[in-house]
Structure formats: C-alpha cells, structure tokens
Design a protein around this ligand. Structure first.
Ligand SMILES: Cc1cc2nc3c(=O)[nH]c(=O)nc-3n(C[C@H](O)[C@H](O)[C@H](O)COP(=O)(O)OP(=O)(O)OC[C@H]3O[C@@H](n4cnc5c(N)ncnc54)[C@H](O)[C@@H]3O)c2cc1C
Length: 417
C-alpha cells in the first residue's frame, strides 16, 4: 500500500521528519515525500540553535522602523526587496499590525511553552535514539559591543525574566571571560543557560535514518503537483512520481508551503526570508560557546570540527542567489566581536536557505476547517529547528484526534482569514 499511506507528509525538513517520528512512535503508517533530498531545505545549513528562552518575535515593537533604517544599508542584517507583490504587501501590513507591545506580550506564554517543551523533547529524543549530531547543552552567549545595544538588551532581559526565562546578565569583562574568543571591547552580554545547539544536517540525517528503521517510507525527488478534493477531504495527491491516496496529509513544506497549499484554496501568509551561513574549519582559539552577536545579528555555532557563522534576513521572494556583499557583512559582523580569526581560508561551505515567516512570528499548526484530513505545520520562521520536536509531537496528537498537550488554538491556519 505504498501509495495509500495512512498519513502522508509533504516536506522532509525538520518539521516533516520530526512529525514522522512522533507519528511512527504512535504506530501510524507514514510516508514522507520531498521534491529534493530529505533535509535539503532550510533545515540543512542553519545555525542549529535550540533557544527556548528567546521569546521576542521578529514582529516586536519598533521592528518595522528599525527594518526601514536597515534597508538603506546594503550590509545590514535585514532587507526587503521592493516589489509589487500583493502577498508581500498584505504580509508587511499584518507584520506592522502585530509589531506592538500588547500583541507581543500576549504571545509570550505560548511561545515559552512551545520553546521549553521542545527543548525537553530534544533532550529525550537525542538520548533515546542516540542521534550523533554534536548536540550540546552548554547555553548561549548573547553579546553587545555598544552601551546602547546592551541597555536595550537589559530591558529585553527584564521582560524575559517576567516569563521565568533563566538568564544571567554579564558586564563586559564577565562576558569576555565566558569564552577566550570574545573581544575584551565588549560592552556586555546575556548568558542563556538552557540553550543548546546541534549540527542540523547531521540531526536531519540521523533522524531520517531512524524513522526509516521505524517503518516510515521516505520518497525523495517526489514533488506535489496538484490534488483531488471530494467531500471536504483531500482524496488524491498528484506528484511527479504518481498519485497517492493518503488517509491524512501533513503539509510541512517550509517556505514553499503557500505554493503547495494554493491548489487546495488555502492562503497561508508565509514569506520566504533568505539567510546565509558560512562554515569553516574551527580555527585555533575559535569560539567554544554558541553566540548571538547583538548589533549585527550574526549567529556563531561551534559544530564539532567546524565553526558556522550565520545571518541576514532578506525578504526577496524565492530568490536563492548568493549576495557576496551580505556574506562578507556576516563575516565582518563576527570580526567586530571576536579576537579569534574570522577567515575563509578553511572554508567548508557557503549556504543559503529560506525561512518560512508568518507576519506575527507564530507558526501555523492545526487543521483548516475546509479540509478535515489536512494538518498544516509550517511558518516557524527563525525557530524551526528549536520547535521541530514539539511541532512533531503536536501533529501526532492532532492526527490521533486527541486534545493537544498545549492549547494551540491561536496557531490555527484559519486565523488569517
Ligand atoms: C541562515 C539561517 C539560520 C537559521 N538558524 C536557525 C537556528 O539557529 N535555530 C532555529 O530554530 N531555526 C533556524 N533557522 C530557521 C530554520 O532553518 C527553519 O525554520 C526550519 O528549517 C524550517 O523547517 P521546515 O521543515 O519547515 O522547512 P524546510 O527545512 O525548508 O523543509 C521543507 C521541505 O519541503 C520540501 N518541498 C517544498 N515544496 C515541495 C513540493 N511541492 N513537494 C514536495 N516537497 C516540497 C522542500 O524541498 C524542503 O525540503 C535558520 C534559518 C536560516 C536560513
């Protein structure tokens, strides 16, 4: 019954494969299809941070004003390519509407539950399945090189402490002492003790292998083309490798989700947001702790023998070109915080990926009212790796018709109508 799976997952990224894992654990017969290789989308070369305490969404107060300022700078960490797209204009409007203190605060308790719930699941999952992916729970250092940046960060830290996020404020010398690679010029930092990190490509490889052992069928190079719908259900999924007649479908196609959903008359306001990573061999004296560099928004992740710098968020549509100027800006952004060499002599890979971003920063998880056998799981923006296990576990509960362990009513796909 290979083409009649009980549950078919569209998209073999972190969200799709984690969903497959928790569904298979519950004894379901699952097929995952992907238009390319499993784990080849955004889940491949990202920074690999598992950061449950970083609750402030992209749509935070002042985000749009800051974004517009950054747009004038070709090396800034944020860019919107001006274009006449109705979807982008609507998305930007909704983003602006969500960028206020009240909306942000209202979302924080749920974000906290999702983030810490997922971090706990990671801990169990990696240990139970012995996944070899450089998973390390050593915390994360957020650094600021200007007094102004550090002052703003302290205000954010006070807000996070209201929501019981474990963190420690560090003055400049204390921040520099945390890792010998940090420049002594640093103004201050915040240490998030519960954060972890991993090599996302190794995690995806190891988990894909494990789900296959559990009986999940993986079908790479299989692209969704169209559907047949009858009686409020998707009855057929037409793909480049033939028709499938699944009992239930999980739509987890990351930044491609709006395209995959369009033929089902579902409008998902998800914009692709491009980012880059540059992976090099770990230099002598290189960072040992993962770091987020405040003013330049660069992520630095030690990954076993390698070191990754990642950053930028470009709303430029499904454009996968590499802008060398922005790649250089990421490296320069790291140089201004580190004393260790930031060089590409020992380059492993330059990569770009598209984050699936909703206007208010919250993912979309749930069944749309119009299709009773469809579950949407997408829109995780900058947190898809962090939130993959909890999303997979929630998808399995929805598929089983059980009440979900967390109230996720506000994540429903119909909320944007
Ligand atoms: C530079 C950068 C750094 C990041 N750092 C972090 C981080 O440190 N921590 C964190 O939590 N998140 C991070 N993210 C975000 C994270 O990578 C994403 O949120 C996450 O990978 C999304 O997972 P996904 O499974 O939804 O999408 P993807 O991994 O993109 O998977 C979607 C899959 O769907 C497939 N697909 C698309 N269309 C079709 C179709 N028609 N038919 C079949 N298959 C299809 C694609 O081939 C793809 O494999 C980062 C992202 C970037 C770009």
């Amino acid at each position: 019954m290979a083409n009649n799976p009980e549950i078919m997952i569209i998209g073999g990224g972190a969200i799709g494969i984690c969903s497959a894992y928790y569904l298979a654990q519950g004894g379901r017969q699952v097929t995952v299809i992907d238009k390319g290789a499993m784990g080849s989308g955004a889940s491949y070369g990202n920074a690999g941070f598992i950061i449950p305490g970083h609750l402030i969404p992209l749509a935070a107060p002042g985000a749009l004003a800051q974004g517009l300022k950054w747009m004038l700078d070709a090396e800034s960490p944020f860019y919107i390519k001006p274009r006449l797209s109705r979807d982008l204009i609507r998305w930007t409007w909704q983003f602006r509407a969500a960028s206020n203190e009240k909306t942000m605060r209202a979302a924080l308790p749920l974000q906290r539950q999702l983030g810490f719930g997922s971090a706990d699941l990671y801990h169990e999952l990696i240990a139970r399945e012995r996944l070899d992916c450089h998973y390390t729970q050593a915390g994360l250092l957020m650094l600021y090189r200007t007094e102004h940046g550090f002052e703003e960060a302290q205000a954010e830290a006070r807000l996070l402490q209201e929501f019981d996020v474990p963190l420690r404020l560090l003055d400049g010398p204390a921040a520099a002492e945390m890792d010998p690679a940090v420049s002594p010029e640093i103004a201050g930092g915040i240490y998030f003790s519960r954060d972890a990190h991993l090599d996302p490509a190794l995690f995806m490889q190891a988990l894909a292998k494990r789900v296959e052992e559990m009986g999940v069928t993986l079908r790479p190079d299989t692209e969704v083309l169209d559907y047949e719908v009858a009686g409020g259900k998707v009855t057929t999924v037409r793909t480049t490798r033939g028709d499938f007649h699944p009992g239930q479908i999980v739509l987890a196609a990351g930044a491609w989700s709006p395209d995959v959903a369009r033929a089902l008359s579902l409008r998902l306001p998800v914009q692709p947001a491009k980012g880059y990573s540059i992976t090099v061999k770990q230099p002598d004296g290189g960072p040992r702790l993962p770091m987020l560099l405040g003013e330049t928004r660069v992520a630095v992740t030690p990954l076993g023998p390698n070191l990754r710098y990642a950053g930028t968020l470009e709303l430029a549509g499904m454009d996968f070109s590499i802008n060398q100027r922005r790649v250089n800006a990421i490296l320069n952004g790291a140089r201004s915080f580190l004393v260790s060499p930031v060089e590409t002599d020992n380059l492993v890979e330059i990569w770009r990926g598209q984050r699936p971003c909703t206007p208010n920063g919250l993912p979309i998880i749930g069944r749309p009212a119009s299709l009773s056998n469809l579950i949407v799981a997408t829109g995780h923006a900058t947190s898809g790796i962090s939130l993959a296990p909890i999303t997979g576990s929630l998808v399995a509960q929805i598929a089983a018709g059980q009440p979900t362990e967390i109230d996720i009513t506000v994540l429903n796909p119909d909320r944007f109508r």
